[in-house]
Design a protein around this ligand. Structure first.
Ligand SMILES: Nc1nc2c(c(=O)[nH]1)N[C@H]1C(S)=C(S)[C@@H](COP(=O)(O)O)O[C@H]1N2
Ligand SMILES: [Mo]
Length: 243
């Protein structure tokens, strides 16, 4: 590891990360270290992969799913971008619900907020370990809307017709969020600005960037990638990559 200590006055969020035992638990480590120099980042990524392979999640599963490698920061994976503007942002919460509603950005911020440490796993083989994601739980939206009997799936809708289908149970899990901050920073346009979905325990294509809607449905509807050969469920620990 590089011995050039980061300026902890300027980057106080790195103080914990500098303690190597805290490395993997620190949300700020990946992107922040990247800003401090290339060498440290490369070593850190190998380190993160080793450590994540050795760790267990609270649910007993390995922290790093099979066939995955930890990287130091989210990689932009493309997609048909929305306008990225908080002023035009609208989230429709609809479908088989008693009280459909729409949130603009301010209304989203007025709901109870959570911050969750969560790992994400891209089907192409990279994982971002220990990100700190801020936003609103999908479960809270479900509760506010009031689900009708028989709702079993959630369709995350995004700009230009992108969709991702997720079983209700996983969509309303503790770390399933409508999120607008990673490690304290807003998303760039390529990562889904201003707001994206986050379903960390399924492959990352289930986390819709440029999100526009959350639709609760009774019957499953395979989404954008699911109709293009990717697995309908997408559990990284079962390597549900392709159909
Ligand atoms: N709206 C939308 N969301 C999307 C996608 C997309 O093409 N459009 N791609 C998915 C895929 S395949 C991945 S791996 C992640 C990538 O997110 P990132 O670019 O922030 O890493 O976003 C997912 N969300
Ligand atoms: Mo992807």
């Amino acid at each position: 590891m590089s011995d050039s200590k980061p300026d902890l006055d300027r980057y106080p969020e790195l103080a914990k990360a500098w303690d190597r035992r805290q490395f993997i638990k620190s949300a700020a480590v990946g992107t922040a270290f990247m800003a401090l120099g290339g060498t440290l980042v490369r070593i850190a990524a190998d380190d993160l992969t080793k450590q994540a392979r050795a760790e267990k999640r609270p649910d007993g599963r390995a922290r790093l799913p099979p066939g995955q490698r930890a990287i130091e920061a989210l990689r932009a994976m493309g997609g048909d971008e929305g306008d990225g503007d908080v002023r035009t942002f609208k989230l429709r919460v609809h479908g088989e619900v008693k009280t459909p509603f729409e949130l603009d950005y301010m209304a989203l911020l007025k709901l109870p907020q959570v911050e969750k440490v969560a790992d994400v796993h891209c089907v192409t083989g990279w994982s971002l370990i220990g990100g700190l994601w801020k936003g609103v739980q999908v479960a809270l939206l479900a509760e506010k809307a009031g689900l009708k009997d028989g709702v079993r799936h959630v369709i995350f809708e995004a700009a230009h017709g992108y969709t991702a289908n997720v079983p209700l149970k996983e969509a309303t899990g503790d770390t399933s969020l409508i999120t607008y901050r990673l490690n304290g920073k807003p998303f760039s346009l390529s990562h889904g600005a201003p707001v994206r979905g986050l379903i960390p325990d399924l492959y990352f294509w289930k986390s819709a960037k440029w999100i526009t809607g959350v639709r609760f449905v009774k019957n499953d509807r395979p989404g954008y990638w699911e109709v293009r050969g990717y697995h309908n469920h997408a559990d990284p620990w079962r390597e549900e990559r392709y159909a």
